[in-house]
Design a protein around this ligand. Structure first.
Ligand code: NAD
Length: 372
């Protein structure tokens, strides 16, 4: 039984719709605190474009230090057109990359679950996605987004050349593969490893390392290999063949956005970014929706807060050992959808759409009804 009655959280809403969806997620955190009789000591921090404007840097060192101390970090989203002309090293997105790197958070777990009430919202046929439940484990500290060398240079003939390096080494592959195999042990015991071993050396090494690890430690799990382009196609054709997908940084980034549309909206997908576990729970760890700051709808009060609220559920489960409360939050989300709660991204033509706050209200109402 969980004995702890106090948890510290660092909350980083960020830019665009980040603060809008975070507001609703924090109402849920407050509700859980009262229901479970636990205290959440919440520190609010500034990251992304907001931090660039305030401090001239996407994330301050103090914020990184604080993130290392707390039980969990709840992150919104960063970025926007205002900061797009800055050098890469100064962009808002550096905030999330630095948090992952400095806290050694190498595995991003992205559950793709189709909730029954949203079957009609997806653009994919109901029979293809009904009861879909898969998890993408994306390596997020290496690969193309971190590989060196990288840069932009002028070639002798005056052309400009941009270059990045896709690189993976044994340890980087093994540690994320372990997360995927461990997860599969608690699920349907199938891991599909995704790369481009047919055309890239890093993909070939990825395949070889995972195969050897599988032989050594995880023979009870079925291991499949798939090229990333085929995986994109299979995710649309027959997504239920997957249980756990493990892949590198860039393929994970793209495939999980693709998979989000199976669920109906990018606004539905939460994620957890974890490092090595300490006992049964992950600390430090970072929880965030997979969507970005959505500048096209920011400030309108219409963003879907579900992905952020479901990220709270993942935090309760994976870092705070509050499983029962995590389930309550997930149930409340499903039930509010079942009763017709829809933000604009989920509403079908002609259906009324709720504001972000009204969607938060709907989830809180269901939380109350679940415990009475
Ligand atoms: P995005 O995820 O912000 O938006 C893509 C589309 O989905 C938009 O049409 C948007 O309105 C919609 N959408 C996203 N979340 C939604 C929600 N909760 N409710 C309703 N609709 C939603 O991706 P983008 O437009 O490619 O990027 C915008 C900015 O966000 C960029 O600066 C990008 O770098 C940044 N970004 C940040 C993160 C992060 O903070 N982890 C992740 C991805 C993108």
């Amino acid at each position: 039984m969980n004995k702890r009655k106090k948890f510290s959280l660092l909350v980083l809403p960020g830019d665009g719709i980040g603060p809008e969806v975070m507001r609703e997620a924090l109402r849920v955190v407050e509700w859980v605190g009262q229901y479970a009789g636990v205290e959440f000591a919440i520190n609010l921090g500034t990251v992304g474009g907001a931090a660039i404007d305030a401090y001239g840097t996407p994330i301050q060192d103090e914020t990184i230090e604080e993130a290392k101390q707390v039980d969990a970090v709840l992150f919104g989203a960063v970025g926007g057109p205002r900061w797009e002309k800055l050098d890469f090293s100064l962009r808002p997105e550096i905030a999330i990359l630095r948090l992952r790197r400095d806290l050694s958070l190498f595995a991003n777990l992205r559950p793709v679950t189709v909730f029954d009430p949203l079957i009609e919202t997806s653009t994919i046929k109901p029979e293809v996605i009904r009861n879909l439940d898969l998890v993408i484990v994306r390596e997020c500290m290496g690969g193309l987004y971190f590989g060196e060398p990288r840069g932009i240079e002028t070639m002798p003939d005056g052309q400009t050349r941009g270059f990045n390096t896709e690189t993976y080494s044994t340890n980087e592959i093994e540690r994320v593969a372990r997360v995927a195999f461990d997860l599969a042990r608690r699920r349907r015991r199938i891991v599909c490893s995704v790369e481009k071993a047919n055309v890239t050396e890093s993909g070939l090494v990825w395949r070889q390392v995972i195969s050897k690890l599988h032989e050594r430690e995880f023979e009870d799990i079925e291991l499949r290999h798939m090229y990333a382009d085929n995986c994109a196609m299979q995710l649309v054709r027959n997504p239920k063949q997957f249980d756990v997908i493990v892949t590198g940084n860039i393929f994970g980034d793209i495939l999980s956005d693709l998979a989000s549309m199976l669920t109906g909206s990018l606004g539905m997908l939460p994620s957890a970014t974890i490092g090595s576990s300490t006992g049964d729970s992950f600390r430090p760890a970072l929880y965030e929706p997979i969507h970005g700051s959505a500048p096209d709808i920011a400030g309108k009060g219409i963003a879907n807060p579900m992905a952020q609220i479901l990220s709270v559920a993942m935090m309760l489960r994976l870092s705070l050992d509050l499983e029962k409360e995590a389930e309550l939050v997930e149930q409340a989300c499903i039930q509010s959808l079942a009763r017709g709660a829809r933000t604009a991204d989920l509403a079908l033509a002609g259906e009324p759409a709720l504001t972000t706050t009204e969607m938060g209200d709907a989830v809180l109402r269901e939380l109350e009804s679940l415990i009475t």
